[in-house]
Design a protein around this ligand. Structure first.
Ligand code: SF4
Ligand code: SF4
Length: 315
């Protein structure tokens, strides 16, 4: 496994970052033991960078997976909170549930524009104080939007940026793939750490996984690449791919054959809450029931988290 510094944050991370959205209740909903096994396998395979978000509800899996592990691990989490006191509660919750004295990277989750970034000023102010007190080691922002990466490149409080990047440009907003790469290069030039999310388009590019990996691994402007994984076998396959080792043909076939989709049960009440959180504009109402446009959906599962009827699942 190759390790790189995340910009000037001082954090040295494995090129492959384990995304844990996939193991939690929004996606595979693994048992605690199964999820912890995925995390432990990642550590044993040389991955030292694990990310989550408050929304993913996976702190307990990470805590169990790390129990007794003596190696260095870099943990990242995120929250949508925009207030000083709210962000303080989010960080304290993460520390409590992860069982740690500090969290390496705490991020503003999915910033949508320069304006929303400015609106989160009080939350950033808290994170800056938490950093001074040693509760947080680096401050980050995740986003799908080109102008947010540009704004973060110049922002004095932001150490780490997590933009969406994949060869098809899926999910990139406010510009093209080239625009996003240009913004990332600017951020790198300013000393920011940059690690990508969704190099496989949330699972939409699995049929072309080799092309997706070749593209993302060739981008020298990225310090690391986060990928959601939900089985020990997936972890081992991705570690081999990132190392440039051959993947056994049967594993390659299994990856290509994997199909993920968003299911909306027919007891949907048509309340529209899911549509409000979908940044891809992938949901629409038809005859009082929510439907998904699979061409737009990135299978993030964020809509599932807000459905009061529990009728959305990524399967
Ligand atoms: S939040 Fe749930 S109940 Fe409401 S429209 Fe969406 S799927 Fe239907
Ligand atoms: S429809 Fe749901 S899973 Fe698909 S992109 Fe929107 S929020 Fe994510």
């Amino acid at each position: 496994m190759e390790y790189r510094f995340l910009g000037r944050s001082g954090l040295k991370v494995s090129r492959l970052c384990l995304g844990t959205l996939t193991i939690g209740p929004l996606q595979a909903n693994l048992s605690l033991a199964e999820g912890a096994k995925v995390i432990r396998t990642a550590l044993e395979e040389g991955i030292n960078f694990i990310e989550t978000a408050e929304l993913y509800d996976t702190y307990r899996y990470i805590r169990k997976g790390l129990a007794g592990w003596s190696g260095n691990v870099v943990l990242a989490s995120r929250s949508y909170d925009y207030t000083f006191s709210g962000m303080q509660k989010r960080v304290e919750k993460a520390l409590r549930e992860l069982g740690r004295d500090y969290i390496d990277i705490f991020m503003l989750h999915e910033q949508e524009s320069r304006l929303t970034l400015n609106g989160h000023g009080p939350a950033l102010e808290y994170l800056a104080q938490a950093k001074e007190r040693g509760l947080v080691r680096a401050i980050g922002v995740s986003t799908h939007v080109v102008e947010v990466v540009e704004a973060c490149a110049e922002h004095p409080l932001v150490d780490v940026i997590q933009p969406i990047v994949n060869y098809a440009g899926l999910g990139i907003r406010g510009g093209t793939l080239e625009d996003m790469l240009e913004a990332i290069r600017l951020a790198k030039h300013r000393g920011k750490g940059v690690y990508a999310m969704k190099p496989l388009g949330g699972g939409n590019l699995l049929r072309h996984f080799r092309k997706a990996w070749d593209f993302i691994l060739a981008l020298d402007c990225l310090d690391a690449i986060a990928v959601g994984m939900k089985t020990p076998a997936e972890v081992k396959a991705n570690v081999r791919i990132v190392a440039g080792d051959p993947v056994p043909p049967e594993v390659a076939l299994a990856i290509q054959a994997e199909k993920k989709e968003l299911l909306i049960s027919d007891w949907c009440q048509g309340c529209g809450r899911c549509r409000e959180v979908c940044q891809q504009d992938a949901l629409y109402l038809q005859a009082g029931k929510m439907q998904v446009d699979s061409q737009r959906c990135l299978l993030c599962g964020y809509c599932a988290a807000v459905c009061p009827e529990f009728c959305i699942k990524v399967v």
